[in-house]
Design a binder for this molecule. Structure first.
Ligand SMILES: C[S@@+](CC[C@H](N)C(=O)[O-])C[C@H]1O[C@@H](n2cnc3c(N)ncnc32)[C@H](O)[C@@H]1O
Length: 448
C-alpha cells in the first residue's frame, strides 16, 4: 500500500503510551493520597532490595520555546530556585519517612523545564541533600537535561562529580528559520563545545533531542541538521514527532497550522532522518529513538531489557519510580500518581505537610496485563499471549495485518518493518480503556 494511503488510514490522534492506562483515562475518582501511600508501601516491601528511581522536575525556563509540550514556568527571576529546592527536599523527606528507611537509589533523572536554569551550586545542594537521606548505588544511572544555551562547564563538572555520567541536550533543529519560529536558539558550535567538554570530563552517554514536523521545517534544513548531528556523534538520539496540542499548550498558537509540515511531508522528514542516521551507524530502537551499538540503550534493547516510562526509553528499570516536583508522575507498578501542575499549588501541598499527589490511577489485573503487552510492543516490537490473542484485539488488529504492519504467529503479535512507524496504532488495538470510552474531544496528538 502507498504511503499516502497508509497515512490516510493511520495518521489519527494516538497516545504516545508512556504509561498504560494513558493519563486522560486514569480513574481519578477512585484515587487518593492514602491509597497511593498504601500501594507504594506494599510495592516497596516487595522490591526494596532493587532500589528506586527518582525523577526530579525542574520547571523553570528563561524563555518560552513555543513548540514545547512540557510543564514549564517562564521566568528570568532566579530567586525562585532556592524556595523550589526547599519544597523538593521537604517532599523527599516525606517519602523517606513514609518508606521508614533511607532507600537505595538506582537512577536519577533531572528533567524540565530547564534543569540548567538552576545554578550549579544550587543543584549541588539539592542533590547532596537527597543523597544524604538515601543509600546511593555506586552504579546509579544519573542523567540530566541541559539547554545548550545555558549549560556551563561548572554545571557539567559539578554534576559529574556528583555521579552524573549522562547528559541530554535539547536541540530540536539547527535551521535558523525553524529556531526563529519556535523561539529557541542554539548553534552547532555551542553544542559541539558542550559535547566535547562533557566527553573530556568523562560523560559516558550524550543524547540529543531532535524533533521532526516543527513549524518552518523542510527537507533541506532537516538534512543539514542531521548532517551536523552525525558529525558530533552523540551516543543517543531521540527523534520525536512534533506533538501539536495547541488546545493544551497555548505557546503553540504562536505559529499557525499552515506553518507545520503534515501528512506525507512530515512523514518524509522522518524517513529522511531515519535513513541518514541508520546509514551513519545508528540503530533504531523502539519508537523515535536511535543509539550507537556501543550505547547502553542499544545493549539493553538487544538483551530485551529495555524499559519505557514517563521520560521515554531507559535501560534501567525499578518497580518504583518516585517523581518529585511540580507535575511529576510516580509509578509503583500497581498505581500512578501525578503531582499538582502549578508551582504555587505544589508548594502549598508540601507546606501543608502532605504529598502533592493530585491525581492518579490504581491499576487492576486487566490494566496490568495490557500494560505488559503495550510495554513489550514499545520496547521489543512484539508481545506474546499465554492463551489465544483475544478476539477483540484480533479484530482491531485486522486492518494492520492486511496492510502488513503487523503479523500474528501462534500467540505472538509482531511489528513488521513497515509497522514500526505506526507503533502507536498497534498499541491502540490493546487499549481497552480507550475503546470503552471513545474520546468526544481530541485528547492526543497525531500518530505520525
Ligand atoms: C522538557 S524538554 C527538555 C529540554 C531541555 N530542558 C532543554 O531546554 O534543552 C524534553 C524534550 O521533549 C521534547 N518535546 C517537547 N515538546 C515537544 C512537542 N510538542 N512535540 C515533540 N517533542 C517535544 C523535546 O525534544 C525536548 O527536548
Amino acid at each position: 500500500m502507498e504511503t499516502t494511503e497508509l497515512l490516510r488510514k493511520y495518521n489519527i490522534a494516538a497516545p504516545r503510551y508512556t504509561s498504560y492506562p494513558t493519563v486522560p483515562y486514569w480513574n481519578n475518582q477512585h484515587f487518593n493520597e492514602g491509597q497511593w501511600k498504601s500501594r507504594l508501601l506494599s510495592a516497596y516491601a516487595q522490591h526494596r532490595e532493587e532500589g528506586i528511581s527518582l525523577y526530579i522536575h525542574l520547571p523553570f525556563c528563561e524563555s518560552l520555546c513555543t513548540y514545547c509540550g512540557c510543564n514549564t514556568r517562564i521566568t528570568k527571576n532566579h530567586g525562585v530556585e532556592l524556595p523550589y529546592i526547599e519544597a523538593l527536599l521537604q517532599e523527599w523527606k516525606m517519602y523517606v519517612a513514609l518508606l521508614g528507611e533511607q532507600p537505595k537509589i538506582k537512577e536519577i533523572h533531572l528533567g524540565g523545564g530547564t534543569p540548567t536554569f538552576f545554578s550549579a551550586t544550587n543543584l549541588q545542594q539539592l542533590l547532596q541533600s537527597i543523597a544524604g537521606a538515601a543509600q546511593f548505588d555506586t552504579e546509579a544511572a544519573c542523567s540530566f537535561e541541559g539547554h545548550p544555551d545555558n549549560t556551563t562547564a561548572e554545571h557539567l563538572q559539578t554534576l559529574y562529580s556528583l555521579g552524573f555520567k549522562r547528559l541530554s541536550l535539547g536541540i530540536q533543529d539547527f535551521d535558523p528559520k525553524v529556531q526563529y519560529m519556535i523561539n529557541r536558539y542554539q548553534t552547532p558550535a555551542q553544542v559541539k563545545h558542550i559535547t566535547e567538554l562533557a566527553r573530556k570530563m568523562g560523560y559516558q552517554s550524550i543524547n540529543y533531542d531532535l524533533i521532526y514536523g516543527l513549524p518552518g521545517q523542510n527537507m533541506e534544513g532537516l538534512t543539514r541538521t542531521i548532517d551536523e548531528v552525525i558529525g558530533l556523534k552523540p551516543d543517543r538520539i531521540a527523534f520525536y514527532s512534533y506533538a501539536h496540542v495547541p488546545w493544551i499548550k497555548a505557546g503553540q498558537r504562536h505559529f499557525t497550522e499552515a506553518d507545520i509540515p503534515q501528512g506525507n511531508e512530515k512523514f518524509a522528514l522522518y524517513q529522511k532522518g531515519r535513513e541518514m542516521l541508520v546509514a551513519a551507524g545508528y540503530e533504531e530502537i523502539g519508537m523515535d529513538h536511535f543509539a550507537l551499538p556501543t550505547d547502553s540503550l542499544f545493549i539493553a534493547y538487544q538483551q530485551n531489557k529495555l524499559h519505557r516510562n514517563f521520560m521515554g526509553y531507559t535501560d534501567q528499570h525499578t518497580q518504583i519510580l518516585l517523581g518529585l516536583g511540580v507535575s511529576s508522575i510516580s509509578d509503583c507498578g500497581t498505581a500512578f500518581a501525578q503531582n499538582a501542575k502549578t508551582v504555587e499549588e505544589y508548594k502549598q501541598y508540601i507546606k501543608d505537610g502532605v504529598l502533592a499527589v493530585q491525581k492518579g490511577h490504581l491499576l487492576d489485573a486487566e490494566d496490568l496485563s495490557i500494560r505488559r503487552h503495550i510495554l513489550s510492543l514499545m520496547c521489543q516490537n512484539s508481545t506474546c499471549f499465554e492463551t489465544e490473542v483475544p478476539a477483540q484485539v484480533m479484530q482491531r488488529l485486522q486492518p494492520m495485518i492486511e496492510d502488513r504492519l503487523v503479523a500474528i504467529r501462534n500467540r505472538e503479535v509482531k511489528i513488521l518493518p513497515l509497522g514500526r512507524s505506526f507503533l502507536r496504532n498497534t498499541c491502540m488495538a490493546f487499549d481497552d480503556r480507550l475503546w470503552q470510552q471513545q474520546p468526544q474531544t481530541q485528547l492526543f496528538s497525531a500518530a505520525i
